[in-house]
Design a protein around this ligand. Sequence first.
Ligand code: 5GP
Ligand code: ZN
Length: 324
Amino acid sequence: MSNLKDFIEKKMSMSHIYQPVMIKTLLENGGITDKKTIAKNILSYDFSQIEYYEGITNNMVGHVLRKNEVVLKDKNNYKLKLFEDLSSTEVPELIALCDEKINEYIKKRGAKIWEHRRRNRKAVPGSTRYQVLKRADGRCELCGISKEEKALEVDHIIPKNNGGEDSIDNYQALCFSCNANKRDTDDTDFRNLSVKYQARKPDCIFCNISRKIIAENELSIAFYDKYPVTLKHVLIVPKRHCNDYFELSQPEINAMIRLTHILKEKLKTQDKNISGFNIGFNSGEDAGQTVFHCHMHLIPRRKGDVENPIGGVRNLIPGKGDYK
Ligand code: 5GP
Ligand code: ZN
């Protein structure tokens, strides 16, 4: 006893909850148990997984069973209708019938029934996974939660079986919940996602850009502005046609920001005089937007290119740059 107590109290250096959960499981099972039982106990602490199945319970199975008037829902509780009317022999009979249905289904469909939850994890090699998580700074690229709080997964933005590439540009780090929400959608929705990103407008100049593309990733491209404000003025645009900044999806914003970082390095290497940038979107005619395919201006600045640069983008209202 004292050795184990000493270990738990003083020696056990924890990088997760695994050690105490495993010891506790062994203690609860007479000192010996199989790895599956230990794994199940660890799982019972993983709220991100539980949250996922709570979502399934409420939105899928609970919904169906309520519609069929099998169960009632009261806040967080589900109640089997007419449970009180069941006799003590009927209950085990019904449990056995459920077991029969579960086993029948598993036998028919095999491991495939969990495939939707494995798909991405399997497809992404470890080194790529590391790069994606590093690029995302260890946070979910949709909700921003850190990997310490929720397990992060590497996800195809455009699903592979809908034409999405196996390139780092088509990956994003998503927490378990954000990814689960995406996975809850069926195949039709996934198809819609890739169709959505393919949207182009025939008469739009940026959908049909004839200029040389100087940088590109899965969802965005960059080219030089035809009427540059300064030398090497670049426009970064989503490949999908949309009117302005507010119509961008989070993966598109991420893609455009990533391209900006690449372009910053590229332009600064090409032109050592570049010592700053103005970066911005015009949204709406009254704000000066003239091309209604969303675009981000990346305007290189050089020392002395205007007499008084103070205020930068504040100068779009003349005289308001210098506020002091
Ligand atoms: P906005 O005023 O809508 O924010 O910016 C539109 C930008 O598109 C302007 O900076 C303008 O110079 C640029 N532009 C307009 N037509 C073309 C074009 O045909 N090709 C390129 N590369 N840029 C264009
Ligand atoms: Zn367009």
